[in-house]
Design a protein around this ligand. Sequence first.
Ligand SMILES: Nc1ncnc2c1ncn2[C@@H]1O[C@H](COP(=O)(O)OP(=O)(O)O)[C@@H](O)[C@H]1O
Ligand SMILES: [Mg+2]
Length: 249
Amino acid sequence: MITDVFDSDPSSHTSDHIASVKQLRKVYVKPNSSIAVEALRGVSIDFVRGECVAICGASGSGKSTLMNVLGCLDRPTSGFYFLGGQNVADLDDDGLSAFRGVHLGFVFQNFNLIQQLTVAENVEVPMFYQGVSVADRRAKAMSVIESVGLTDRADHRPNELSGGQQQRVAIARALVNDPILILADEPTGNLDTATGDMILELFDRLRAEGKTIIMVTHEPEVANRCDRIITLRDGLTISDERVAAPAVT
Ligand SMILES: Nc1ncnc2c1ncn2[C@@H]1O[C@H](COP(=O)(O)OP(=O)(O)O)[C@@H](O)[C@H]1O
Ligand SMILES: [Mg+2]
């Protein structure tokens, strides 16, 4: 059963690489057409447990395609993806969605909350698929909601919250299953600078707790707060750099 991969002993994975892609290629072919787009042309990256990685690059460079593969939302045309010791290619489609639900957390630019549900219910959604009891679901949701500072909003609906608050709900939802990886696509893209800073401070805290975060951003100030910046161009990695720690003043 795939949920056992990590329940057993996460440290049994032989390396510190929480996720690795090797020679990843993705070719999109339009139906009924011979036109093919090579969105990824051989990308190899090892992600280290506990690091926060920024994925940068111009529009069309392959960032979303890479995130979709990392998020088990799409499969590569060729190449390998190992996530938490699991060769993702060995999972069938049902296995893949189950794996995604249990081991990955997603944060989107547009928050992607369900408007009909309250904050607490939104945060409970990832637990539905795991047979967690109603009481345990609610207790777990309330504890993550508290960690993002929204306890007093638990019964509100998303449209009653500011953008920054909605993004904190989305982060709580991403955290609730204690995922191997948190994937964030332009998480501050729809927020003003001050609100975006609050979200980045929350990510700083998650990092300090050892969470692994991969974030697409086109903002240099955001990328520079990460541990590592990977830049794509035309489906290839053109740089992969550690961010220097800020000087202590
Ligand atoms: N579903 C798709 N079908 C065909 N081409 C696609 C599809 N998704 C992305 N592409 C193409 O793949 C390339 C990379 O796209 P994408 O990964 O979205 O880049 P980015 O997120 O960096 O802007 C682009 O040329 C884009 O047009
Ligand atoms: Mg994109």
